[in-house]
Design a protein around this ligand. Structure first.
Ligand SMILES: [Zn+2]
Length: 169
């Protein structure tokens, strides 16, 4: 396994729509192993492939709960509790030192393929549902700051630009 570099802030790969995985090759399985190592090293509970610079529809989750560890290839949220929303303070390994309240559906149903090639469905609520939605967004180039309230968003985007500038200073 090898730890990968995490792409941060305004890196264009974070804004790209990731491509479907057509074949679950050794390369994809190696990517997933490396992603787990990278996520644990960073102290995260979810990581999507674009965050390590790979624009593929793959994400991993480990909420440290029973049933909370997933490796998802070509994931698709097939239903969400649109009338049952809840707030949560989100962070992201790609947006270090940032946090914002995001309101999302409390429950989701996710379909995905495992690294072994098995089509799977999981019904999630609580933290797992939260992380699934956050990671799924990454595959469509969406960051949690985009989901913050419209009043909060401009200041978050400004903060992000300042943090990015500080990295390059
Ligand atoms: Zn994230």
């Amino acid at each position: 396994m090898a730890k990968k570099r995490i792409h941060i802030y305004n890196d264009p790969v974070l804004r790209r729509k990731a491509r479907r995985v057509n074949q679950i090759s050794g390369t994809v399985r190696k990517l997933i192993e490396d992603m787990f190592e990278t996520m644990y090293a960073g102290g995260g509970i979810g990581l999507a492939a674009p965050q390590v610079g790979v624009s593929k529809r793959v994400f991993i989750v480990d909420t440290k709960e029973v049933g909370g560890k997933l490796a998802c290839i070509n994931p698709r949220i097939i239903s969400m509790s649109r009338n049952d929303l809840c707030p949560y303070n989100e962070g992201c390994l790609s947006l270090p030192n940032m946090e914002a309240e995001v309101i999302r559906p409390r429950r989701v149903t996710l379909e995905y393929t495992t690294p072994e090639g098995t089509a799977t469905r999981v019904e999630a609520d609580g933290l797992l549902a939260r992380v699934i939605q956050h990671e799924h967004d990454h595959l469509d180039g969406i960051l949690f700051v985009d989901r913050a309230s419209s009043e909060k968003r401009p200041e978050l985007l400004e903060e992000m630009n300042e943090l990015e500038a500080a990295v390059h200073a």
